[in-house]
Design a binder for this molecule. Structure first.
Ligand SMILES: NC(=O)c1ccc[n+]([C@@H]2O[C@H](COP(=O)([O-])OP(=O)(O)OC[C@H]3O[C@@H](n4cnc5c(N)ncnc54)[C@H](O)[C@@H]3O)[C@@H](O)[C@H]2O)c1
Ligand SMILES: O=C(O)[C@H](O)COP(=O)(O)O
Length: 673
């Protein structure tokens, strides 16, 4: 629900700004509300919006609520001070979520960016407003994320998507059209025909949360840009493996027996039996390059072609493979390392008359060099499913070469594979939109579901410790060196800390910046800000029932707002654990405390003496600040002690001052988690 509302608001924002994401001057004049919205009107304290009388009032700029005629219309008008209608066109798509955000804007007197909104949902720092919008959701308003499907996807996948999201199937978009649409989308699904460039991420206004590649190769997605923008990229890595392998074998056999050329010749009325004498596969050596899912399936099938040997089952060097193979089948991804891996130099090392199959990516072959090798007879034949430019130019020498068999990137194109891919990618995208960690994430740590369930409370702890620690830094900024220690009775290699590190990073950065940090961009953002996080494992004795006993965060080379948070070795040091499934603080500096890491906390150092708890409690009580818990950690009786007080409401400055003025109190800090 949270996500739906957040996304709904983001979507509403996009509508308001007519896709431009300019957050200035948005003030509705007339908002037309239906009677079903009345609880919301009350909820939002709409006394700041004054009723304009009957439903026959002037045409509204925005109407909100169900269009069913059963509802009475209640027009409301914003006070003049909030009106800023200049240049703002009524938008027919205006919906309840955009209404929600405008209300937040009206109530606070300022306008928000959707990144800000997203951060709020994450951090809960505008708890009250959030609750209002959530209550609004409770009265039955639903908002769905929008998924743009930019290339044809199997029906089963579309159906899965539609169960959860608004699905916009818009095929053959130009790069410009894609960039202009993307700011209204939470997810984008593509196959290999759409370039998801840096410009796409730059144009998304922070809204795009996930790119789903309905297939394996992700060379058409700018992963670096996706990561920088905190956008998760998921693919469908398994469903088309067999189809690609089958196509590889089909091309291998068709090439060797000139099937395509002979077919064209017969259809042209010729009967050229001697021209199309082929090469047998039996007893030949096949080099499979890129021995992953597709490559190994090709090898398995090639072995079945009687006595053909599959090199790669016995691992040989690249040089040996190209020097000894009669057939070469390419199955590596296109990366900087594999780009043009077959070139003039490598062709020169091949057996004369070698035959090449490529169902990987066109870019792994230098296509001009291949034409030269074909002309020189080094390469007898090539069967190609993929090309550097797709579609290739009509006058491509490679395509038109008589010894080349070409198919238009059909490797994954079987009915079965496409249904499978569609389901695989739809599940991955919906999971990602729901905030689940994906097993097919390409640019974020993949955490198996069972590990995640176990780690979940520690993930929360990690973020809270980061938030807590950074708020103890004087001035907030200047945090460059952070050491995280994980203590566990489990074997060191039994804990993947990437997720925890990402959440600590989020906690350390978000309270002091406007940057949105998530699992995808945490390492990138830390690096960009010069924040160095080192990690250490402490192996404890005892039962390894829990994945972790405690996490410690130390920030070096900074001053603290709360001197007692500085440990003997000079760093800000906080330590937490999970108790009854929730995050707890167990140490600040050298002081042991026992505080739930929730809501807001007052930390206060005093000289331990009778009556302190009562004095602080009564000041807070007088000021109507509700205390949720209190804990005191002390060095020794009547020596210095640190009191941690959980409060439900933010105390006024004067209230904190009153506590600070108690003679035994030496320092005091208020922290919001
Ligand atoms: N034509 C099609 O329709 C079609 C269909 C599916 C896959 N593909 C292409 O095939 C590629 C492989 O798919 P997969 O599912 O087998 O992926 P995969 O990740 O399972 O296998 C790729 C293999 O290539 C290896 N590799 C990476 N760099 C290498 C290098 N420099 N030299 C040698 N080997 C290297 C990897 O170690 C891995 O074993 C995809 O990336 C995609 O580009 C094309
Ligand atoms: O990488 C892949 O999965 C294949 O190349 C399939 O690409 P396609 O989805 O464009 O058919």
């Amino acid at each position: 629900m949270r996500l739906k509302i957040a996304k709904g608001i983001a979507r509403g924002l996009a509508f308001i700004h007519d896709k431009k994401h300019v957050h200035a001057n948005i003030k509705p004049t007339n908002i037309l509300l239906t009677s079903e919205m009345e609880p919301i009107i009350t909820d939002f304290g709409l006394d700041r919006l004054r009723p304009t009388g009957s439903s026959s009032a002037a045409q509204p700029d925005f109407s909100v609520g169900s269009s069913s005629g059963a509802h009475q219309l209640l027009p409301y008008q914003a006070p003049e001070s909030l009106q800023q209608p200049q240049g703002l066109q009524p938008n027919p798509k205006w919906d309840v979520y955009s209404f929600g955000i405008v209300l937040l804007e009206l109530l606070s007197g300022r306008v928000f960016s959707d990144r800000e909104m997203d951060r709020w949902w994450e951090s809960g720092s505008v708890e009250e407003d959030k609750n209002r919008v959530l209550r609004m959701a409770d009265v039955g308003i639903k908002g769905e994320p929008t998924v743009l499907v930019a290339e044809k996807l199997g029906e089963a996948g579309i159906k899965l998507l539609k169960d959860y999201a608004d699905v916009d199937c818009s095929y053959n978009l130009s790069p410009e059209e894609l960039c202009s649409k993307i700011s209204q989308c939470d997810a984008l699904i593509v196959r290999s025909g759409t370039k998801v460039s840096r410009e796409v991420f730059e144009s998304c206004g922070g809204r795009l949360r996930v790119v789903g590649r309905a297939g394996v190769g992700i060379d058409n997605v700018d992963l670096a840009a996706a990561t920088e923008y905190g956008c998760l990229v998921v693919n469908a890595p398994t469903a088309n493996t067999v189809a690609a392998a089958e196509h590889g074998i089909a091309l291998l056999a068709a090439m060797a027996r000139n099937v395509a050329q002979a077919d064209a010749s017969v259809k042209a009325g010729k009967w050229e039996r001697s021209k199309y004498v082929g090469a047998s596969l039996v007893g030949k050596t096949l080099a499979v390059m890129g021995f992953g899912k597709v490559g190994s399936e090709v090898a398995r099938r090639a072995k079945g072609l009687d006595r053909a040997r599959a090199i790669g089952v016995e691992l040989v060097s690249f040089d040996e493979a190209i020097a000894t193979a009669d057939f070469i089948s390419l199955h590596m991804p296109l990366t900087p390392a594999t780009s043009k891996v077959l070139n003039d130099e490598t062709f020169a090392k091949m057996k004369k008359g070698v035959r090449i199959v490529n169902v990987a990516r066109g870019g792994v072959i230098d296509e001009e060099a291949l034409v030269r090798a074909l002309d020189a007879g080094i390469v007898a034949q090539a069967a190609l499913d993929v090309f550097t430019d797709e579609p290739p130019p009509k006058d491509s020498k490679l395509i038109l070469h008589e010894n080349v068999t070409a198919t238009p990137h059909l490797g994954a194109s079987t009915m079965e594979a496409q249904e499978g891919v569609a389901i695989e990618i739809a599940e991955a995208v919906v999971g990602a939109l729901k905030g689940e960690l994906s097993a097919t994430a390409v640019n974020a740590p993949m955490v198996p579901a069972e590990v995640l369930t176990e780690l979940k409370p520690f993930v929360d702890l990690a973020e809270k410790l980061g938030r807590f620690a950074v708020q103890l830094v004087a001035g907030g900024s200047g945090v460059k060196t952070v050491k995280v220690t994980y203590a566990s009775a489990r074997a060191p290699d039994d804990l993947d800390t990437r997720l925890l590190r990402a959440m600590i990073t989020k906690g350390l950065i978000e309270p002091i910046s406007s940057v949105f940090v998530n699992l995808v961009n945490a390492d990138f953002t830390a690096k960009q800000r010069g924040l160095r996080i080192t990690e250490e494992r402490i192996v404890l004795d005892g039962s390894p029932e829990n994945p972790l006993e405690f996490i410690q965060v130390q920030i070096a080379n900074v001053e603290s707002r709360f001197a007692s948070a500085i440990s003997d070795s000079g760093e800000i040091k906080v330590e937490g654990c999970v108790k009854d499934g929730s995050p707890h603080l167990r140490k600040v500096g050298s002081f042991e405390v026992d505080v739930s890491l929730e809501g807001s906390i007052i930390l206060c150092r005093q000289v331990d003496q009778p009556g302190m708890i009562g004095k602080v409690g009564s000041i807070l009580g007088q000021e109507n600040v509700n205390v949720s818990f209190m804990s005191v950690g002390r060095i020794a009786p009547r020596k210095q002690a640190v009191m941690a007080i959980g409060v439900d409401d933010r105390p006024k400055k004067e209230t904190l001052k009153k506590i600070g003025d108690i003679p035994a109190v030496e320092e005091l800090v208020f922290l919001k988690l």
